[in-house]
Design a protein around this ligand. Structure first.
Ligand SMILES: *Cc1c(COP(=O)(O)O)cnc(C)c1O
Length: 364
C-alpha cells in the first residue's frame, strides 16, 4: 500500500485545461468573467445576496473586522477551538480576542459561555464551524440578535454545510470561506466573503479596488484608501469547476464518515457530533480517541505505517502566544486539542485498511 495522505484535492488538470487556456489566450488574468461568474455562483449556491472573492479566509476575516470598525479597546468573542487565524485577525487590529470555550461533542462555540463573557466592550462575535460543522450557529445568532451584536462566521471549513435548511453563507451577517487545499474546494490559495447587506457589499467592492468607486475625468475616483485581496481568474476557474460538484463530494464524504463510525465506534472512538437539523460537509473526519489510547503515539505510529493523520485542531487560548499574553486557556478546547485525531478523507480513501491499522496499533 502506498502512503495515504490526509486529503487530496477534488480536481484534475484535464478538467480545467480548456478554461485555463482561454485565460492565457485572452490575456485577462484579473477581474474578468471567471471571477465575476464564480462570485455569482457562490452567491447562488449559498443563498447569499453578495460575494467578494478573496485571496484567503484570513484576509476575508480581517477585512470583515475592518468593515465593522473593530479597533483597539474593543473585544471580539472568538470560538476557541480553531486554526489560530480566527483570533489572529482580532489581535492584529489591536482588539482583544475573548476566547469562548466550545461544546465537547460538536466542538463549536458554547452559547452559555458566550452569554457570560459579553461585556459593553464586545463589538462582534466570531463563530467557527469547527472542521465544517455548523451545529449551533442559529443559537449563537439568536444571542447576537438579543445583544445587537454582528455575527461573523469563520466558515473557512464549511462551504456546503447547512443548518435548519439554510446553507452557510446566508446565516451570519458576514461569512468567510477558505479555498485552501486542505478545504473541500481548492483554488490553491483563496477565499470569499458573503453577506446579504448591499451597503456592506458596496463598501467591500470599493475597498478591494484600492478605495476607488466610479470615475473622475479619464481615471478612477479614489473616494477612500483601500486594499487588494482579490482572487485571480486562474483561481476562479478552479473554483467554478469544483463548486459544480460540491454536493456530490459532501455526500460521498458523509458516506466515508459512516464507514469510519461502523469500524471505530466499537473501539471507543467518538465522532464529532452533528446536530439533527445540520448537514456537515466533513471537511475533516475527526474523532475523539478513547481514554485508554495515547493519541500522540497513535499519530506517530500511523505515520510510521504510511498513514498521514493529525490532531483535530488547535486550542487558540493555549498556544504559546495567547497563553503568554492572556493566560486564559479554555479547558474543553484544550482537552479536545489533546484527544482528537483527524483521519484521511478523500475519494477512494482505503477506510478498511486504516481501521485495520488503528485496531492493530491500539491493541499492542
Ligand atoms: C483554514 C482556516 C483558516 C485560514 O484559511 P486561509 O484561507 O488559509 O487563510 C481560518 N479559519 C479556520 C477555521 C480554518 O480552518
Amino acid at each position: 500500500m502506498t502512503d495515504v495522505r490526509i486529503m487530496k484535492p477534488y480536481i484534475a488538470f484535464a478538467e480545467v485545461e480548456d478554461d485555463l487556456r482561454q485565460v492565457f489566450e485572452s490575456g485577462v488574468f484579473t477581474r474578468g468573467h471567471n471571477v465575476e461568474t464564480f462570485a455569482a455562483e457562490v452567491s447562488a449556491y449559498t443563498g447569499a445576496a453578495y460575494t467578494s472573492l478573496m485571496t484567503s479566509a484570513t484576509t476575508a476575516l480581517w477585512t470583515c473586522l475592518k468593515l465593522l470598525e473593530i479597533k483597539a479597546g474593543d473585544e471580539v468573542a472568538v470560538a476557541d477551538f480553531s486554526w489560530p487565524a480566527t483570533a489572529n485577525v482580532v489581535e492584529d487590529l489591536g482588539a482583544q480576542p475573548i476566547f469562548i470555550d466550545v461544546n465537547q461533542e460538536t466542538f463549536n462555540m458554547c452559547p452559555k459561555d458566550l452569554a457570560n463573557k459579553i461585556t459593553n466592550k464586545t463589538k462582534a462575535v466570531l463563530f467557527v464551524d469547527a472542521l465544517g460543522n455548523p451545529t449551533g450557529l442559529h443559537e449563537i445568532k439568536s444571542i447576537c440578535d438579543q445583544y445587537k451584536l454582528p455575527l461573523i462566521e469563520d466558515a473557512a471549513c464549511a462551504i456546503g454545510s447547512s443548518e435548519n435548511g439554510v446553507k452557510c453563507g446566508s446565516i451570519a451577517d458576514l461569512t468567510c470561506f477558505s479555498f485552501h487545499p486542505r478545504k473541500l474546494l481548492c483554488t490553491g490559495e483563496g477565499g470569499a466573503i458573503t453577506t446579504n447587506r448591499s451597503d456592506w457589499a458596496e463598501w467591500l467592492r470599493m475597498k478591494l479596488m484600492h478605495g476607488a468607486s466610479g470615475t473622475r475625468g479619464v481615471g478612477l475616483d479614489f473616494i477612500s484608501y483601500g486594499y487588494n485581496f482579490r482572487m485571480s481568474e486562474i483561481q476562479a476557474v478552479l473554483g467554478r469547476k469544483q463548486l459544480a460538484s460540491l454536493d456530490l463530494i459532501t455526500d460521498e464524504r458523509n458516506k466515508i464518515r459512516e464507514s469510519y463510525i461502523v469500524g471505530l465506534e466499537s473501539l471507543g472512538f467518538i465522532p464529532q457530533k452533528i446536530g439533527k437539523t445540520a448537514t456537515h460537509n466533513i471537511q475533516s473526519m475527526v474523532f475523539r480517541v478513547p481514554n485508554t489510547v495515547n493519541r500522540d503515539k497513535l499519530i506517530f505510529d500511523l505515520k510510521a505505517n504510511g498513514i498521514e493523520t493529525t490532531l483535530g485542531t488547535y486550542c487558540q487560548s493555549g498556544t504559546s502566544y495567547y497563553q503568554k499574553k492572556y493566560n486564559n486557556k479554555q479547558p474543553i478546547s484544550a482537552n479536545l486539542e489533546k484527544t482528537t485525531i483527524t483521519l484521511p478523507c478523500f475519494e477512494d480513501v482505503p477506510v478498511d485498511y486504516i481501521i485495520e491499522k488503528i485496531t492493530h496499533l491500539i491493541s499492542v
